[in-house]
Ligand binder design. Structure first.
Ligand code: FAD
Ligand code: SF4
Length: 506
């Protein structure tokens, strides 16, 4: 008898550890289109299409290599709807003496699979597509008073040798962030993006999802995500050649109806295994060494991948399941309805929600400083914030979504991922975008009907959490400004914020 090799929808890498020593004569690869996984959150239609189309094409590639694949489609009448159910059903046929799998990216599913009692051994292997294993991260974190991405990142630079000149960082600095905060000058527009036109498999899955998952969030018309390695390679190559040189300069910029700017658009493919993080970074480094892209852009880009991406995954596995219950700011509010409909006069929010609806994507600064910032200032419960981010983005998997949402964007983790809340008033959004000039609200006003809602909400937030934030050196400035306000002014912000919350259904 052989091994049943389980491959999940975000494990579509031919070098996956669960497949490394596969015996084509005796082993079978199990892949499952699971209704339970697709509807635990009502994922964006584009995410369903991406994952199922990519899974089907992955199965075909394995078959072409001579491997046997048991692929359970959604419409298979015997599909038990869950991954655990399908493992049990396959084993019931008696042809396997063990299960081999790669550890998954969701704590709850991992527990379910670890505790599965199926009468044969289940071997769980490390997901070595990440550059830092869970054990290595835990060893790095051991004994540290605080976990700071910057120090972890330096370790990762040393370990991978990326952007290193001997034991020194290339260019004499580890971090070129200060150069990467420019506002987009008027009239500067990014080059046209290369998007992947839906191939035949993707077309079939688009029809299936349109028919069966119409009640899920989002539009399918503009689907353009890569669903196989060739399409992912084309997306990456286009980014490296045309976008990377300016990625740094405009990394934090936002612009009306410009959903992609100079960003990579690689996370949907990367997170399901169609791209390899180290390969991406080596090629970005080569672009700098060969004079095709400046160091501030390449360093900023590589930091996102070997720094932030690996760091948040490390935090997730180190702190779960307790992390998923954290609510350090005691936020209890509901998510405003316009996060789902985009029906708001706040131009910045409407643009981010439109991007999420049309593309299952919003770039980092929209996620952090618009939708995340607003949810934190309003005091929306972190569970509701998590749910939204899990649903609306094509790249959302709990290991990366949750630390970004509960940690970086809303400070619900109390300061594990970030050293301070990324709270900002309208002035920040105005500085980094062209949103405010076309907005019904006036970003300069703090009170009154036309005032930008971010302003009163920001000062109310600082006021509400003043005690909690008092020991945080990075919050000194706003706390000092707050203490210079008289009680009447503070009350006016409190009242305005309460009215805004009520009007937004929080
Ligand atoms: P680029 O801007 O081109 O960056 C390149 C790559 O760096 C990304 O593809 C991604 O792999 C990595 N990266 C950048 N920032 C981060 C980060 N903070 N954490 C982890 N990886 C990062 N990313 C996800 O992959 N899935 C999510 O569910 C997700 N949810 C987020 C929620 C919030 C509230 C915030 C603030 C960020 C979230 N991110 C998430 C991180 C980041 O916004 C996306 O990775 C990025 O926007 C993806 O688009 P891109 O490929 O064009 O990225
Ligand atoms: Fe957003 Fe306020 Fe600017 Fe309008 S004025 S776009 S709500 S920051």
């Amino acid at each position: 008898r052989g091994a049943l090799r389980l491959v999940l929808g975000d494990q579509l890498s031919e070098g996956l550890s669960a497949l490394s020593d596969i015996d084509p004569a005796r082993d079978v690869v199990l892949m499952v289109e699971s209704v339970a996984e697709a509807t635990a959150w009502k994922h964006h239609k584009q995410k369903l299409v991406l994952v199922w189309s990519a899974m089907r094409q992955f199965a075909e590639r394995l078959r072409a290599k001579g491997l046997r694949v048991r692929y359970v489609t959604l419409d298979d009448p015997d599909n038990t709807r869950t991954i655990a159910g399908e493992v049990t059903r396959a084993l019931g046929e008696g042809a396997f003496d063990r299960v081999v799998r790669t550890a998954c990216g969701k704590w709850g599913l991992e527990q379910a699979l670890l505790n599965l009692d199926v009468g044969v051994p289940i071997e769980t292997r490390e997901d070595d597509r990440f550059l830092c294993s869970r054990a290595e991260f835990a060893a790095w974190a051991e004994g540290r008073r605080e976990l700071r991405m910057e120090f972890f990142y330096r370790e990762m630079r040393r370990r991978t040798g990326l952007l290193m000149d001997g034991d020194k960082p290339a260019g004499g600095r580890w971090n070129f962030d200060p150069e990467n905060r420019k506002k987009l000058p008027k009239g500067v527009r990014p080059p046209q993006r290369l998007r992947a036109a839906p191939n035949a498999t993707t077309q079939t899955v688009i029809e299936m999802v349109s028919a069966g998952f119409d009640d899920h969030f989002g539009m399918l018309d503009a689907f353009g995500w890569p669903t196989n390695p060739e399409e992912a390679e084309a997306t990456l190559e286009h980014f490296l050649a045309h976008m990377l040189p300016e990625f740094g300069d405009w990394q934090d910029a936002m612009a009306w109806e410009q959903p992609f700017l100079w960003h990579g658009l690689i996370s949907p493919a990367l997170n399901i295994g169609l791209l390899d993080p180290l390969d991406i970074c080596r090629r970005a480094e080569a672009a700098w060494r060969e004079g095709r892209a400046p160091l501030n852009a390449v360093e900023g880009f590589i930091r996102q991948i070997i720094g932030w991406r690996e760091f948040v995954r490390g935090v997730y596995w180190l702190k779960m399941p307790e992390y998923g219950l954290r609510n350090a700011l005691e936020a209890e509010g509901k998510l405003p309805w316009f996060y789902w409909t985009g029906e708001t006069d706040m131009a910045c929010v409407a643009d981010a929600v439109r991007s999420a609806r049309d593309h299952a994507y919003a770039h980092h600064i929209q996620r952090l400083m618009v939708t995340g910032n607003l949810a934190m200032l309003l005091g929306v419960h972190p569970d509701a914030v998590d749910d939204w981010y899990m649903v609306v983005f094509a790249d959302a998997y709990e290991w990366v979504e949750m630390p970004n949402t509960r940690g970086m964007a809303t400070f619900a983790d109390g300061g594990i991922v970030g050293s301070k809340p990324y709270a900002a008033s309208g002035a920040y959004i105005d500085r980094m975008s062209d949103y405010c000039k076309g907005c019904r609200y006036d970003v300069k006003q703090r009170l009154g009907d036309d005032a930008c809602p971010f302003n009163a909400l920001y000062w109310d937030f600082i006021d509400r959490h003043a005690q909690r934030l008092a020991g945080n050196g990075r919050m000194l400035m706003p706390l000092k400004t707050l203490s210079g306000m008289d009680e009447a002014e503070r009350r006016a912000f409190r009242e305005k914020a309460a009215a805004l919350r009520s009007a937004m259904g929080v």
